[in-house]
Design a binder for this molecule. Structure first.
Ligand code: SF4
Length: 346
């Protein structure tokens, strides 16, 4: 589908520039940008995956992961082929790297925005999650779904690598309620070597999304020997604290996948140790994921009461006053969007 505005700039000789992500691809006629889904057709941008998700799911919101956003609700989730990153450890590489790997991309669903919203309602979802691959590369499809979803009382969340431009965030803020941003490491070297991207735009995205009033949680996949040093976690925690000490941070376990098959799984004890480091740096909510521990629960940062217990992807509210977003035991305000009224008013 041809899309024109607002994340496309026309250049001379029918070239176009994409403004969706920080790669700022200049795309000659007949070519696509790095992500493989934004194509220049006679000087116009054709989003080749518009209305064509390749993966659908009915997921708990906790799976995104979003722990401080409408706990216990369901997210109608969709993703397409393509990605602007080339992570060697991608866990959805059959989708994200499908074009680069020359995989068969002839399978997809035919789902115009209106049908996505209808389906989400049919499954009693509260939220539509743009996930499985990087959603900013299919911004216009997400936007058209997101606007309709809002009219129907649904919320919208992105699961993103955080390469959006400032311009993109300005437009996303019009329909996006929450985002989980991957902070894949805290060194530019890691980003360049293992993702073929850079660190700085991701840090800018975390700040920009917050600034725009979107609820933000951050996830770091901890890969043994690559991004798991105490110093690096400390530095990342300091950065996150400087943005918002109450922004939840998920430290999740790696398992070998795609091109990174030579590393062991991350041990739970390692994640627990790094969680402690991040808490020492002053973050209020640090979670451990992809392994079974008690550190997926939310505790009150003031009195230590168990607020939300999590098992698998299920949430059980214990001492959290969901209506007011406070600890029932000590009254402390707990950062998050805990009910639909809060989501509408935020
Ligand atoms: S979204 Fe795709 S085409 Fe646009 S700048 Fe990023 S990689 Fe390039």
């Amino acid at each position: 589908m041809i899309v024109r505005w607002p994340l496309v700039k026309k250049l001379k000789n029918n070239y176009i520039q994409c403004l969706a992500c920080s790669r700022h691809c200049i795309i000659p006629p007949g070519e696509t940008g790095v992500c493989g889904v934004r194509k220049n057709v006679n000087g116009k941008l054709d989003l080749i995956v518009y209305g064509k998700p390749a993966a659908l799911g009915i997921d708990p919101i906790e799976k995104k992961p979003l722990f401080h956003f409408l706990p216990g609700t369901t997210a109608y989730s969709l993703g397409t082929y393509g990605c602007n990153f080339m992570c060697q450890f991608c866990q959805n590489w059959e989708l994200s790297q499908a074009y680069r790997e020359g995989l068969d991309t002839s399978f997809y669903y035919d789902l115009p925005p209106k049908i996505v919203v209808q389906e989400a309602k049919r499954y009693s979802a509260s939220t539509i999650a743009y996930t499985y691959n990087e959603p900013i590369i299919w911004y216009e499809y997400a936007r058209d779904i997101g606007r309709l979803a809002r009219k129907e009382g649904l919320f919208n969340v992105f699961v993103s690598s955080g390469y959006e431009t400032k311009t993109a965030w300005a437009h996303l803020a019009r329909f996006l309620d929450a985002v989980n941003i991957d902070l894949k490491a805290f060194t530019d070297k890691f980003y360049r070597q293992y993702t073929k991207a850079t660190l700085k735009p991701v840090l800018e995205s975390i700040k920009e999304a917050k600034k725009r009033g979107i609820w933000v949680e951050v996830t770091t996949l901890i890969i043994p020997g690559l991004n798991d040093s105490e110093d690096e976690i400390r530095e990342a925690a300091r950065f996150l604290k400087s943005v918002d000490p109450e922004m939840p941070w998920h430290l999740t376990a790696f398992h070998p996948d795609y091109k990174m098959l030579d590393r062991p799984r991350t041990r739970a004890e390692e994640l627990i140790k790094l969680r402690k480091v991040a808490l020492e740096e002053g973050l209020s909510y640090v979670y451990v994921g992809n392994v079974q521990t008690d550190y997926e629960n939310t505790y009150c940062p003031k009195c230590g009461a168990l607020l939300v217990r999590r098992e698998g992807f299920k949430s059980f509210v214990v001492n959290l006053d969901v209506e007011h977003g406070t600890c029932r035991r000590c009254g402390e305000k707990i950062a998050g969007i805990w009910n639909k009224k809060m989501a509408i008013e935020k």
